[in-house]
Ligand binder design. Structure first.
Ligand code: HEM
Length: 323
């Protein structure tokens, strides 16, 4: 008998970061009385953005992950750098890579028009990420609400907490475990790479140097989007067949060793670990419904890394603290 999951999460978190999670302070009806239009405003904003560019759904999903892994899901990722403030946008994993800030700004403006100074930027990102996934045909889930916005950001933590594309399995497990997330959460959440795009610079080493990659696939990507030198910013879809459909294709690709990121391939066939991630990859590849359910549950757990109660504030402009 281990500790119950929420307790484990809180203990792991207190050890790892200053963010305190009190399970139960987030709840789905948080804005029912104060901003009943919130879900429909966010949904409409996301639908418009994704209609304009399908990739934006992937970008917003990643934005949520990069927010939650640094100081918790407190919208710290949205704070702009100023002369005397260094934010997270220019941290290594985010610079020239993370996208979607303008979409959140536009949704926040719409929300402010109906519900002044009421809804946190952090909750808007959490709702937008849920809508992003469902707009691409993936699962939906009930979003826990009541997050507060942080009043500071941490570029150093963004550089150290966010996993790099050459992370080993044990590195990935350690980073997720520091956030109270286990191997099942890691594997399910990695399924986000069924959508979106990556730059050549993040996957060059894998498709040129690694043996755990299908030869024909590597040759195809080398020829099409990633020369051995130059073209660092060239994009390739993380899931070759359907980069704008949220399905279980990513796990089929892992089994066939046809993925771009070395860190992704680590989940399957690396021979490291106790085989948990290998078994889950096979299960998700065979069962799209299981993946959808586990992904939704893991997104809810990821979203619990939050400031609540009287901590932080409700930012008016997501790009800067109120005063
Ligand atoms: C497990 C460790 C992870 C690593 C090492 C990782 C790494 C990366 C890298 C290197 C890229 C390409 C970025 C670029 O070239 O600009 C990327 C893209 C992406 N990541 Fe991850 N990621 C991880 C987990 C996650 C998780 C947990 C989520 C969401 C739940 C996520 C969602 C995405 C999405 C949707 C994209 C495409 C974004 C776009 O097209 O704009 N990733 N990731």
């Amino acid at each position: 008998m281990g500790m119950p999951r929420p307790l484990l999460l809180a203990v792991a978190l207190m050890a790892a970061t200053a963010v305190v999670v009190v399970d139960g302070q987030l709840f789905p009806t948080f804005y029912d009385a104060t901003c009943p239009v919130l879900p429909s405003v966010v949904r409409r904003g996301m639908a418009q953005a994704v209609q304009k560019e399908a990739r934006m759904a992937a970008s917003i999903l990643r934005l949520f992950f990069h927010d939650c892994f640094v100081n918790g899901c407190d919208a710290s990722i949205l704070l702009d750098d100023t002369a005397n403030f260094t934010g997270e946008k220019n941290a290594g994993p985010n610079a020239n890579s993370l996208r979607g800030y303008e979409v959140i700004d536009a949704i926040k403006a719409q929300v402010e028009a109906s519900c002044k100074a009421t809804v946190s930027c952090a909750d808007i990102v959490a709702l937008a990420a849920r809508d992003a996934v469902s707009l691409l045909g993936g699962p939906s889930w009930t979003v826990q609400l009541g997050r507060r916005d942080g009043q500071t950001a941490n570029q150093n933590a963004a550089n150290t907490n966010l996993p790099p594309p050459d992370a080993t399995l044990s590195d990935l497990l350690t980073r997720f475990s520091a956030k109270g997330l286990d191997a099942r959460d890691l594997t399910a959440l990695s399924g986000a790479h069924t959508v979106g795009w990556a730059r050549c610079t993040t996957f060059r080493a894998h498709i040129y140097n690694d043996t755990a990659v299908d030869g024909a696939f590597a040759a195809q990507v080398r020829g099409k989007s990633c020369p051995s030198a130059g073209g660092d910013g060239n994009l390739a879809p993380l899931e070759l067949r359907a980069p704008a459909a949220f399905d279980n294709g990513y796990f089929k690709d892992l089994v066939a060793r046809r993925v771009l990121l070395r860190s992704d391939q680590e989940l399957y066939g690396s021979g490291a670990g106790d085989g948990t991630t290998d078994a889950l990859v096979r299960a998700y590849a065979a069962n799209a419904t299981l993946f959808a359910a586990d992904f939704a549950a893991a997104m809810v757990r990821l979203g619990r890394l939050a400031l609540t109660g009287k901590s932080g504030e409700v930012r008016i402009n997501c790009r800067r603290v109120n005063s």
